[in-house]
Design a protein around this ligand. Structure first.
Ligand code: C5P
Length: 302
C-alpha cells in the first residue's frame, strides 16, 4: 500500500522583486514555468514519520522534520486529526539548493501523496492553503504548467502557454541559500527606490504565443545580480551558454542553477554539449516546459 507522486521543477522566466516587507518577505511578480525534471515522492504507512532520499544529490537533503515533505505530512495530518505515521521516500532528480524549487516539489508531492493514501479528500483550495504555509513556491509545484505568482509568490494565476519551450540547465558546484540571496538583494538595493513588482505584458504575450524569440527578449530575474554577487563564477557559465547559441541566459530563481533558452531540441542539445565541456558547471540537463504539476502515479492498493 503506497502512493507515488511525480512533481516538476520550475524556472522563473520573470522574477520581479519589490522592497522587503515588514515580515521580511518580498512582494514578487513571479512568472513560473514548470519544466520536465521531476522528483518522485512515495508515501507508505509506517510506525512513525521517516524520510529517505535517493539520487545524485541525496546526501545534501535533510532527512529530519525540517524536510518540506515531512512538514507537509505533519500539516495535513494535523488538519485531519491523525498522526503522520508514514515513510516518505524521495527519488530526487531536481538539483538541491538550486533555485528550481526541488524542496518545494517534495512538499507538494508529499502533500498530494498523503492526501491520496489517507483518503482525506481535501479540496484543491485546502491543499493550496497548506502549500502556501509550507513555502512561497510550494503552491506552484502543486499546480505546474505556467502561472503568475504574486504576494510572496504564493497567490497564483494560471497562464496560457501556446507552445513548448526548450531549456538547458547547468548545475553549479555548490548551492546558494534563498534567504542569503534575498538579503544580498536588499543590500544591493540599499538607498535605491524599488518599484512595485509587475509582470511584463510582453513576456506574458510571448508565453501565450509559444514564441521562444519573444520570450528570450523579455526574460528577467531581479535576483540575478544578488546571485552573481554571491557566486561570481556563474557569469562564466552564463557566458559559455550565450557563446553556444542560447537565445537567453538567466539564473533560475535564487540560483545557482543557470537556465538557457533554446529555439528547438537540437539547439538545446548543442548548448548542453558546449556547457558540459566548458568546465564552468557540475552537470547539465535539458528539459522542456510547460510540464504538468504534481501527479499521482500510483493509487493505494486497498
Ligand atoms: O517561502 P520560502 O520558505 O520558500 O522562503 C524562503 C526564504 O526566501 C524566506 O525566508 C525569505 O528570506 C526569502 N523570500 C523572500 N520573499 C519571498 C519569498 C522568499 O524574501 N517572496
Amino acid at each position: 500500500m503506497s502512493v507515488t507522486v511525480r512533481v516538476p521543477a520550475k524556472v522563473n522566466v520573470q522574477l520581479a522583486v519589490g522592497a522587503a516587507r515588514p515580515d521580511g518577505f518580498h512582494d514578487l511578480a513571479n512568472v513560473f514555468l514548470a519544466v520536465g525534471l521531476y522528483d518522485e515522492v512515495t508515501v507508505t504507512p509506517a510506525d512513525e514519520l521517516r524520510v529517505t532520499c535517493e539520487g545524485p544529490d541525496a546526501g545534501q537533503v535533510p532527512l529530519d522534520r525540517t524536510n518540506l515533505a515531512a512538514r507537509a505530512a505533519v500539516a495535513l495530518a494535523e488538519r485531519y486529526g491523525r498522526t503522520p505515521d508514514v515513510h516518505l521516500h524521495i527519488a530526487k532528480d531536481i538539483p538541491v539548493a538550486g533555485g528550481m524549487a526541488g524542496g518545494s516539489a517534495d512538499g507538494a508531492g508529499a502533500l498530494l501523496a498523503c492526501d491520496a493514501l489517507w483518503g482525506t479528500r481535501a479540496s484543491r483550495d485546502e491543499l493550496l492553503d497548506i502549500c502556501a504555509e509550507l513555502g512561497s513556491d510550494v503552491p506552484f509545484s502543486l499546480v505546474g504548467g505556467a502561472a503568475l505568482g504574486t504576494g510572496r509568490g504564493e497567490k497564483l494565476t494560471a497562464l496560457e502557454v501556446g507552445g513548448t519551450f526548450h531549456w538547458v540547465f547547468a548545475m553549479a558546484e555548490r548551492g546558494l541559500s534563498t534567504p542569503a540571496v534575498f538579503r544580498e538583494f536588499d543590500r544591493l538595493a540599499e538607498g535605491r527606490d524599488i518599484p512595485e513588482p509587475v509582470a511584463s505584458e510582453e513576456l506574458l504575450d510571448a508565453l501565450a504565443k509559444g514564441d521562444p524569440d519573444a520570450l528570450a527578449a523579455t526574460v528577467s530575474n531581479d535576483l540575478q545580480p544578488a546571485a552573481l554577487s554571491l557566486f561570481p563564477e556563474l557569469a562564466d557559465t552564463l557566458a559559455a551558454g550565450r557563446a553556444a547559441g542560447a537565445l537567453a541566459t538567466l539564473v533560475s530563481g535564487s540560483g545557482p542553477t543557470t537556465a538557457f533558452l533554446a529555439r528547438d531540441p537540437s539547439s538545446a542539445a548543442k548548448v548542453a554539449e558546449a556547457l558540459r565541456t566548458s568546465g564552468t558547471c557540475r552537470s547539465v540537463r535539458t528539459a522542456s516546459g510547460p510540464a504538468p504539476g504534481a501527479t499521482v502515479l500510483g493509487r493505494p492498493s486497498r
